[in-house]
Ligand binder design. Structure first.
Ligand SMILES: [Zn+2]
Length: 280
């Protein structure tokens, strides 16, 4: 990696795709990323990428390990753009896993107000709380109980301005929509394993709520995310804590990929490097 520039994820922009025709290449129907259905991946000492895809950043502020995890935060940054987050907004995040945590960072970059994270796993709640969220344990509670209790945690008890689903379960979608304020915006960030959910359109209509979803990111999301780091809006010490392991490329399969499969509750982000000096 160049010491002060790094690539966003290159894509194959297909001119026959409706999304790419209007410049929304994040929603490309042929969406492919470096290492995912496109060209060779990033697990190499060096890689070639077009200069137009590079984003310059201040290496005196952003260390290389933090720079390496800006990509997942940029995915969440795009979601906060799609969800029209404004400074001071109260936000509910359902799911305190890696996507929920990167969404917290993107929200900090937007100067959001109160953030509540609903998450059943105690270790994940603890981490989200240490990053400044108020946390909620939905374990053993009905959908109606979750919505009632979460609404009480929102400002004035009137519901949240924004909700982000970072779990991808029917119950988290319905909890998110149900906990919104009038005219609140629900944004799905999760990749759903199941495709269907029972929904009542009047739950949306009677409170004029908005329901949308967010996929991947565009270059401006990545650039704005970098600038938010440089302005100190996203705490670098907190982001470092989602990097749970650093592994040399030569140990990548055993200490990286297999370890992540076997112990995914413990690991959040594992970094791979070809350089010994970047592994501490
Ligand atoms: Zn396309």
């Amino acid at each position: 990696m160049d010491k002060d520039r790094f690539p966003d994820s290159p894509r194959r922009n297909d001119p026959k795709c409706d999304a790419c025709l209007i410049g929304q290449y994040n929603a490309c129907k042929y969406l492919a990323l470096t290492g995912l259905g496109f060209q060779h991946g990033g697990l190499a000492e060096y890689m070639v990428t077009p200069e137009r895809k590079l984003i310059k950043y201040d290496a005196t502020i952003i260390p290389p390990d933090v720079a390496a995890v800006i990509q997942p935060i940029a995915v969440s940054w795009h979601a906060t753009q799609v969800g029209h987050v404004e400074p001071g907004h109260s936000v509910l995040i359902t799911g305190g896993g890696p996507i929920g945590l990167t969404t917290m960072f993107a929200l900090k970059g937007h100067r959001a107000g109160k953030i509540v994270v609903s998450e059943p796993a105690a270790n994940r709640r603890k981490l989200a709380a240490s990053f400044g969220a108020e946390v909620f344990d939905p374990t053993g509670k009905s959908l109606e109980e979750c919505i009632a209790e979460l609404r009480k945690m929102s400002p004035k008890g009137a519901g949240f301005d924004r909700a982000f689903d970072c779990s991808g379960l029917p119950v988290t979608l319905r909890t998110g929509v149900g906990s919104l304020a009038v005219r609140g915006v629900f944004t799905n960030v999760a990749i759903w394993a199941k495709n269907h959910v029972e929904a009542k359109p009047m739950d949306i209509t009677l409170s004029e709520k908005y329901v949308t979803g967010s996929i991947c990111f565009v270059k401006s999301d990545f650039e704005q995310c970098v600038r938010a780091f440089e302005k100190g809006l996203i705490p670098i010490d907190q982001v470092k804590r989602i990097i749970t392991s650093k592994v040399h490329l030569r140990d990548g399969v055993e200490k990286g990929l297999k370890h992540l499969i076997d112990d995914k509750q413990k690991e959040i982000k594992i970094l791979f490097s070809a350089f010994d000096e970047l592994i501490d």
